[in-house]
Design a protein. Structure first.
Length: 132
């Protein structure tokens, strides 16, 4: 059965360096997808920057709704702006950062209903040490 999920019904996530709402996922009854709305403040405002992370066994699609930034991978930095979509293959370390003075808004898609079991967060780019 079709379900409409209003933004105010989304689950607020406590994630480093950004504000995130999980709109679709395991908690909303999804069997095969997760959608998150993410906002990253300009550098120096709000929470600290997120370290790199990797998704094992599934890719991530990041659509830039507003703002500008960079998606950093082990291969380099990729500039992104409103209207761009980034396809991050499974197993590739990455993180997206704001490079402007306005909020960077992203819509992130994953082809699994719960990304937590397959996601690892790293302390920094210079370390293979995992968070937690």
């Amino acid at each position: 059965m079709v379900r409409v999920i209003a933004q105010n019904q989304a689950r607020a996530m406590n994630l480093p360096g950004r504000r995130a709402l999980e709109i679709v996922g395991l908690g909303t009854g999804s069997a095969n997808s997760t959608i998150r709305l993410v906002e990253i403040d300009p550098a120096g405002l709000g929470a600290g920057r997120r370290g790199p992370h990797v998704h094992h066994g599934f890719e991530e699609c990041i659509h830039v709704l507003a703002g500008e930034g960079v998606t950093r991978t082990d291969a380099g930095e990729h500039k992104v702006t409103a209207g761009d979509t980034v396809l991050v293959p499974a197993g590739e370390r990455h993180a997206t950062y704001n490079t402007t003075s306005s909020v960077l808004r992203l819509l992130c898609f994953f082809p699994v209903s719960d990304i937590r079991p397959g996601t690892e967060e790293f302390v920094s780019w210079d370390s293979n040490e995992l968070v937690g």
